[in-house]
Design a protein around this ligand. Structure first.
Ligand SMILES: Nc1nc2c(c(=O)[nH]1)N[C@H]1C(S)=C(S)[C@@H](COP(=O)(O)O)O[C@H]1N2
Ligand SMILES: [Mo]
Length: 441
């Protein structure tokens, strides 16, 4: 095999199929399938593919693991939806340190977005293989290509659903949570098949050129990689970009995406330039000027609902307790500095003041609840009710917040009262709370 030119037709050994038949298929490239001469970029080659691949080899597992951690942080209910046998064993997501979900989900979304340009570049680098003809040469290769189909399909699906979920409200005709979760497992499976197959060639290719030399090579000296590979152009065009230029474009793209999407978390000037970071924006400044996930107007909260007639209803140990806002303010107040960390990746740390949830549980005569269900004034929408686990109710910093940064909560941030629990995914920090039902042990 070694003495055979790479563009010769393969032999019977290569195919593992009746060679005569395959050879005939091989000669008949259907219309629309570009010939290998059509791929002319002199940058394509195993080294470039391996460099991009090694970035993904390190980055994508972090995105997957933090994604699965997010699933666990949600706790048992009510989301993600029904994931069948792929259900992960739960451990109780700890309430300390309070920044754990902020870090984990920030990594998930931030790194996931930053890897988009890298994934696209990696796919670009191997695109000639998509059109290889004949499409398969052996049973082993057929299996490999099927696993590649799963790999590419699932990564594109995960990136697309992830990005859509951040940028738009629920645009799917299916459950984002369930689909993104299942997609993650398909990806994980295909990744675990792909990596061991490709690791040897990746290591060999990385050694075939020196990154330092490459970073010093200008456009004028950029020529195709000099190795036998189906990725190297048969009929290369002159270079219009050096290899270091290509890496700078991809790396710069990743950095830009990162900067543009993490501004809400970093705050200050970055918040203003972060065009990708969030959907909504609060005009003006002040203690309540931090990201609003959903405004009171869009949640259809009325003046009447949050006026003097507002009451907090606590249920549990067989009695119903009603409190107005003055009564809540007369209870012992506790202050905690806690982040809101949204599943969409942004987070924002504020100083919250209010009544401890465990004090409210005590009032409802369920001092050691097994769980609690918090209900919002908001009628429609899937966020009008959220579960809390026992340890989340009992944590010393878990609050029904009445104030933020020393002033009244703004209506957009949940006035008259909202839940804030350390390390709890943002979505469960219910705003405009109307009742809390404590579930006894
Ligand atoms: N009632 C209600 N509570 C809610 C929401 C909502 O839409 N309705 N959004 C949740 C989500 S997804 C997040 S990230 C936080 C955001 O809180 P903030 O808008 O005060 O920053 O509120 C949570 N509480
Ligand atoms: Mo959120």
């Amino acid at each position: 095999m070694a003495d055979r030119g790479r563009h010769d037709l393969p032999t019977e050994q290569d195919y593992g199929f009746p060679a005569g038949l395959w050879r005939r298929v091989g000669r008949r490239r259907p219309p629309g399938v570009p010939s290998e001469r059509a791929w002319r970029s002199p940058l394509r080659g195993p080294w470039l593919t391996a460099v991009l691949g090694s970035v993904l080899l390190v980055g994508l597992p972090v995105v997957v693991v933090t994604g699965l951690l997010s699933y666990i942080a949600y706790g048992a209910a009510p989301r993600p939806g029904d994931v069948g046998f792929l259900h992960l064993p739960f451990f109780d997501w700890p309430t300390s340190p309070s920044w754990s979900y902020r870090l984990s989900q920030g990594l998930h979304v931030g790194l996931g977005l930053m890897l988009v340009p890298v994934v696209l570049a990696k796919l670009w680098s191997v695109i000639p293989r998509l059109f290889a003809w004949p499409p398969v040469r052996s049973v082993a290769q057929l299996l490999e290509r099927l696993s590649l189909g799963l790999l590419v399909g699932s990564i594109l699906f995960e990136l697309a659903t992830g990005v859509l979920n951040i940028q738009y409200d629920y645009v799917f005709g299916f459950s984002f949570y369930t689909a993104h979760y299942w997609g993650a497992w398909v990806f994980t499976f295909a990744f675990l098949v792909h990596v061991p197959i490709k690791l040897p060639v990746m290591r060999r290719s990385l050694r075939s050129r020196s990154l330092r030399t490459e970073l010093r090579t200008p456009l004028a000296a950029t020529v195709p990689e000099s190795v036998e590979s189906d990725l190297v152009a048969v009929d290369p065009a002159p270079a219009t970009l050096s290899r270091r230029g290509a890496l700078a474009v991809v790396g710069g793209g990743a950095l830009l995406v990162g900067l543009a999407s993490t501004g809400e978390t970093i705050g200050g000037f970055m918040r203003r330039v972060s065009v990708l970071s969030v959907r909504g924006r609060v005009p003006g400044g002040g203690p309540n000027d931090f990201q609003v996930n959903r405004t009171a107007v869009s949640a259809r909260i009325t003046d009447e609902q949050v006026g003097d007639g507002w009451r907090l209803t606590l249920t549990g140990g067989g009695l119903v307790v009603e409190l107005n806002r003055a009564e809540l303010l007369a209870m012992e107040q506790h202050t905690a500095v806690l982040p809101i960390a949204c599943v969409e990746g942004w987070s924002s740390t504020q100083t919250w003041t209010g009544v401890r949830l465990r004090d409210l549980a005590g009032l409802a005569k369920v001092p050691a609840p097994r769980a609690a269900v918090v209900t919002s004034l908001e009628i429609k929408g899937s966020f009008n009710r959220a579960p809390l686990q026992s340890h989340q109710v009992l944590a010393g910093d878990s609050l029904l917040a009445l104030k933020v940064n020393g002033t009244e909560l703004s209506r957009d941030h949940g006035y008259p009262a909202r839940v804030i629990v350390p390390a709890l995914p943002g979505v469960h920090n219910t705003k405009w709370v109307t009742s809390i039902a404590f579930v006894g042990a």
